[in-house]
Design a protein around this ligand. Structure first.
Ligand SMILES: [Cu+2]
Length: 444
């Protein structure tokens, strides 16, 4: 699952005098390292109160060790190569081998000690977004602590005072470091196991990048014109499906560290937002929704009863966020005569391709693409092209899944007679009802 990183390297870098606080350098826990981009199995607790662990889409939870009554974690901030989907790798900054970093899981009331080693070429810090902690542990470089210089290790110590879903990210050259992918999620389980328990618990963070086709590095000073809309730095069809057992109570925890809001929509069900990064929402204040907007710098958690079997699209509802790298300077040619256009374009650019006169469906179109980018719309389902990219995946609800089985169960076997179907109709214009004639008499 993960490989243990050689601990000696870290110790050599750090040196006893560089370690802040009450712990000695010799006691820094080893830093686990991840080289996979698919969801790792849930990390069940080995000590302390029991809880149902989360699974991180295309990610993992950070293993910890107990030291007395402290839970000790070790994050290593470092350059990483993240595969967004097959065919595209991006040079990012992240933690412990991947971006986003691993999910940190703990229990309400836990005392945690989080070591942060900086292997970036510039200083960094870690801010614990939404968590109620002492000011000096808040990770705002310059304001609450000195920046962590390259090669140095700092330690954050605090108690997990409340349960919920939080995030972590640098507060140090923030614009660059977040645009480079430095972020992760924190899940604090309630100490009371009977508090709103669920059967499956998914978590991911949303981030966006501008990576020009053929290049490998995000534009870190891009403010609005992103072309890679990601969940855990993955885009469709690279995002793990959410495998769910029919009848399960499912929780989905969504963080947003991108620079715009994302209205997240689930098909086939209604859900209620039960938690934000501010805490649990009282039941009396919850209401049914099928889309919930996740603002910038916020967490939304929804609970849903998976009582409707099938393959259910789960995606951002901004349609340009379910696309991969796309040019924006394409004119709307719907309704234009393709023949006339092709003739005109052909004179100017013999290899030109007139597209879009009946819409822009690209499912059957093969175009040469530059290295290291992805088709704008992609993915294939059992009935044909899906034509999506970016922030899109599928919740797959099945009767026959084992309790901790999160593997992709494959395409849904639709019961006979339950799929929309074509009817025999004459090829000519269908008969239309004439409406509105004679004029209606309005009675007020
Ligand atoms: Cu979006």
């Amino acid at each position: 699952m993960f490989s243990r990183r050689g601990f000696l390297g870290t110790a050599a870098l750090v040196g006893a005098s560089a370690v802040q606080g009450r712990v000695q350098a010799a006691s820094i826990p080893e830093a686990p390292h991840m080289d996979k981009v698919v969801m790792q199995p849930p990390l069940h607790p080995v000590s302390g109160p029991d809880y149902r662990p989360v699974v991180t889409l295309n990610g993992w939870s950070l293993p910890f060790r107990m030291n007395g009554d402290w839970k000790e974690f070790h994050l290593v901030a470092e350059p990483v190569v993240r595969e967004f989907a097959e065919g595209m790798k991006v040079n990012l900054w992240g933690y412990n081998g991947q971006s986003p970093g691993p999910t940190i899981e703990a229990v309400e009331g836990d005392k945690v000690r989080i070591f942060v080693t900086n292997r970036l070429p510039e200083y960094t810090t870690v801010h614990w977004h939404g968590m109620i902690i002492p000011s000096g542990m808040d990770g705002v470089g310059g304001l609450t602590q000195p920046h962590i210089q390259p090669g140095k290790t700092f330690v954050y110590e605090f108690e997990m005072r409340k349960s919920g879903t939080f995030m972590y990210h640098p507060h140090s050259d923030e614009m660059v470091q977040m645009a480079m992918g430095m972020m992760g999620m924190v899940v604090v389980h309630p100490r009371d196991q009977n508090f709103r328990p669920v059967d499956r618990d998914f978590v991911f963070v949303m981030s966006t990048y501008r990576v020009d086709p053929g290049t490998y590095l995000p534009h870190v000073n891009e403010m609005t014109d992103f072309n890679m809309w990601t969940w855990n730095a993955r885009v469709f069809p690279g995002i793990d499906p959410l495998a769910v057992r029919l009848g399960d109570k499912v929780r989905v925890r969504i963080g947003n560290l991108s620079m715009t809001n994302h209205p997240i929509h689930l098909h086939g069900h209604s859900f209620a937002v039960t938690c934000t990064d501010g805490g649990w929402i009282p039941e009396s204040a919850q209401y049914p929704e099928t889309t919930t907007d996740v603002p910038v710098g916020a967490v939304r958690v929804f609970d849903v009863l998976a009582d409707n079997p099938g393959d259910w699209a789960f995606h951002c509802h901004k349609s340009h966020h379910t696309m991969n790298a796309m040019g924006h300077d394409v004119r709307n040619l719907i309704g234009v005569s393709r023949k006339d256009l092709a003739k005109a374009v052909g004179k100017l650019a013999p290899d030109g391709m007139a597209m879009g006169s009946t819409g822009m469906a690209m499912g059957n179109m093969e175009m040469p693409a530059p290295d290291n980018t992805l088709p704008m719309m992609t993915g294939t389902g059992q009935f044909g092209p899906i034509e999506m990219g970016g922030m899109f995946t599928v919740m797959k609800i099945r009767e026959d899944l084992a309790r901790d089985d999160y593997r992709d169960p494959g395409p849904y076997q639709f019961p006979k007679g339950t799929v929309a179907y074509e009817v025999a109709a004459p090829a000519a214009e269908p008969a239309r009802q004439q409406r509105g004639s004679p004029p209606m008499k309005h009675k007020m």
